[in-house]
Design a protein around this ligand. Structure first.
Ligand code: SAM
Length: 282
């Protein structure tokens, strides 16, 4: 396992994923009944943008670093929960600490909601465990993501968000993601599953999109943001999320939000957004 998220925290893909996750948390809180977030690839939870890893790539500068200037009032209203978490982590102002998905979930969930944060990398799993040792809402596990979902689905609350956010380091990871998801949906058909995929000069995105669509889950939404052209050896040109059982009206919010993000984060005229149904709501 070579991938360490500390090198990439706060980049354009994190911004898209975390803005969407923050909106999702707001939707989940519309009902009083508690819910559970299962973060199958959690990372370490909190990132220091002044740290050695973030400094080596500077990726955050092309992501969260470009969000300092406010958007329109409509967009800022939708961004408010995401912005509030970042502001709470940086009480002196400025931008040094950036939340990973477990931090964002915990800060936006309620006292009776729960988080399972899972991370396989041995050192990152220890860091994650230490980060949330004293939060009784959070259980940290250090399993392979596929094993984690088998063990933790369905959640006792029967309401939940499952984040599948693999690094796609190895060629077989797209197939593994689809297998994991198919199994997850069988165990917890009403779950809100969120799957991340990269836009690179290969077929990963097409494979994941086609495989998830084939599951035939209603209200399957594709949310994609490209920031530049993809070329061989050129890394991440953008990213996307596929949401299964998308909460009512989240699509409308994202149809406003994601183009605004793409316009801001796109390089030159490359910023492109797509929010469309792979399988429509029934
Ligand atoms: C993209 S990062 C996660 C970022 C995090 N979800 C966030 O948004 O802040 C992917 C993480 O998955 C972990 N990972 C890789 N393979 C895994 C596996 N088979 N099971 C669980 N975690 C894995 C990596 O160590 C890495 O920390």
């Amino acid at each position: 396992m070579n991938y360490r998220h500390a090198y990439h925290a706060g980049n354009h893909a994190d911004v898209l994923k975390h803005v969407v996750l923050a909106r999702l948390m707001e939707h989940m809180k519309k009902k009083d009944k508690p819910f559970r977030v299962i973060d199958a690839h959690a990372g370490i939870g909190l990132y220091d943008l002044a740290g050695i890893e973030a400094g080596k790539t500077g990726e955050w500068e092309g992501g969260i670093g470009k969000l300092a200037q406010p958007f329109s009032a409509e967009i800022e209203a939708l961004l408010a929960p995401y912005r509030a978490v970042i502001a709470a982590l940086n009480p002196q102002g400025g931008l040094r600490y950036y939340p990973g998905s477990p931090e964002l979930a915990l800060r936006l969930m309620r006292a009776n909601d729960r988080l399972v944060a899972n991370e396989l990398h041995p050192e990152d799993a220890i860091a994650l465990e230490q980060q949330y040792l004293y939060d009784p809402r959070c259980e940290v596990t250090a399993l392979d993501a596929e094993t984690c979902l088998k063990a933790k689905l369905p959640p006792p609350e029967r309401r939940g968000v499952i984040l599948v956010d693999p690094p796609y380091e190895v060629k077989t990871e797209a197939e593994k993601t689809l297998r994991m998801l198919a199994h997850g949906v069988r165990r917890f058909a009403q779950g809100v599953f969120v799957v991340w995929y990269p836009l690179k000069a290969d077929a990963t995105a097409e494979t994941v999109l086609a495989g998830v669509k084939e599951l035939g889950v209603p209200a399957t939404l594709k949310v994609q943001m490209r920031v530049r052209e993809a070329f061989s050896g050129g890394g991440l040109a953008g990213s996307g999320l596929i949401i299964l059982n998308t909460p009512w009206t989240l699509d409308t919010e994202l149809k406003a939000l994601v183009p605004a993000l793409a316009e801001r984060l796109g390089i030159g005229s490359w910023g492109q957004a797509e929010v469309s149904w792979l399988n429509s709501p029934t």
